[in-house]
Write a protein that binds this ligand. Structure first.
Ligand SMILES: N[C@@H](CCC(=O)N[C@@H](CS)C(=O)NCC(=O)O)C(=O)O
Length: 284
């Protein structure tokens, strides 16, 4: 597998790097970023936190705005931030060029509907292809945690609930908690998965959480700002609370007073999330 290094910059004694590679899942070149903490300079292998971003983002938003490197460097955690969709010539976009579908809006699922099914295989990319690539090419272990924001919060929760054996812990900021019941999710799932709602249910975190078996439970932390303009119509964290109650899942959901949907919110609590994941990454 050919990895092309696009940039490299020292930060908090570690390194931020961007790479491009041809993907066998999405059939196009994919870009991702990795933060390698200073411990890796001596050959030590460190665990990895995968970060899934929200609508309109690339690998850059989190890396540039979250302010996560100081704590990741202190704790010895690598962070991998993939792109949010396939890109490039021939990759189908939203027919009206809107921000909430197509490019920058892959929803971390495997599309079944033409023309999106050719490239929009983000679930396979994130769950299988990217970790294999990262673990073969960087000084990291196969101990993983996963987190994300908004569309990426949906991705992180959904992927962890479907693959509990692959992640020690999961967290999310402002996740799209019940995509089958909100306009962003309904538009995406109709376009990528078609009208058959039985397939939609396989990608809905609240439904997955409600049915989670005791042995598949993983530590889960969610932060949600109560001044988030998407809260009522799109995010619906109350669906997660109800689902956790149904399956007796130990979910910590914190409503944070006055915070909105932006990276100002994420940067205020990202250290908490890194420390949360570190407890479990370090003991695996
Ligand atoms: N109003 C926004 C909606 C998209 C949005 O809020 N995206 C969030 C994730 S859902 C984000 O992280 N944006 C990029 C950033 O803040 O750096 C737009 O039209 O761009």
């Amino acid at each position: 597998m050919s990895l092309e290094c696009l940039s490299s910059a020292k930060s908090f004694d570690g390194w931020h790097k961007q790479y491009s590679h041809p993907s066998t899942s999405t059939h196009c070149n994919m870009r991702f970023a990795i933060y390698l903490p200073p411990q890796t300079a001596t050959g030590e292998k460190v665990p990895v936190l995968y970060w899934l971003s929200g609508l309109t983002c690339t690998d850059e938003n989190f890396m540039q705005k979250a302010g996560a490197f100081a704590e990741a460097a202190r704790l010895g955690i690598a962070i991998v931030a993939p792109d949010t969709s396939p890109r490039g010539e021939g990759v189908a976009d939203d027919p009206e060029g809107r921000y909430d579908f197509g490019l920058g809006a892959g929803f971390y699922l495997n599309a079944t509907q033409a023309p999106y099914n050719e490239h929009y295989q983000m679930y396979d990319y994130i769950v299988h292809e990217l970790p294999k690539l990262v673990e073969e090419n960087f000084p990291v272990t196969s101990t993983r945690a996963i987190s994300g924001h908004s569309m990426g919060g949906h991705g992180a929760l959904m992927i962890a609930l479907k693959n509990p054996e692959r992640y020690t812990s999961v967290s999310a900021f402002s996740p799209i908690a019940n995509p089958i019941n909100c306009p962003w999710g309904q538009k995406a799932f109709t376009g990528y998965l078609g009208a058959d709602q039985s397939l939609w249910r396989e990608y809905d975190s609240s439904l997955l959480l409600a049915d989670c078996k005791p042995e598949d439970r993983r530590p889960a932390l969610v932060d949600q700002g109560d001044a988030d303009s998407f809260l009522t119509e799109q995010l619906k964290p109350e669906a997660l609370t109800a689902a956790a109650k149904k399956s007796d899942f130990p979910l910590t959901l914190r409503m944070q007073s006055g915070y909105d949907h932006s990276y100002f919110f994420i940067s205020s609590f990202i250290d908490d999330h890194l420390r949360f994941h570190h407890q479990y990454l370090a003991s695996s």
